[in-house]
Write a protein that binds this ligand. Sequence first.
Ligand code: ZN
Length: 64
Amino acid sequence: MNNKNCPICSNKSQSEYAPFCSDKCANKDLGNWLSGRYYIPGEKINDETIYDSVDLSDILKKDH
Ligand SMILES: [Zn+2]
């Protein structure tokens, strides 16, 4: 379950930063994600399924 590798640099992932190996790689991935998308506060980005489950109207509702 925890033997995935970091999708950024292919090092062993750390559960603290899963699926990444460090906050550096997590941030790098988030940056890639932000470049084409929007940020969802409090959401954990664990896999690509979030791309399909995100709805902008839900985010706006949560804003207040
Ligand atoms: Zn990494």
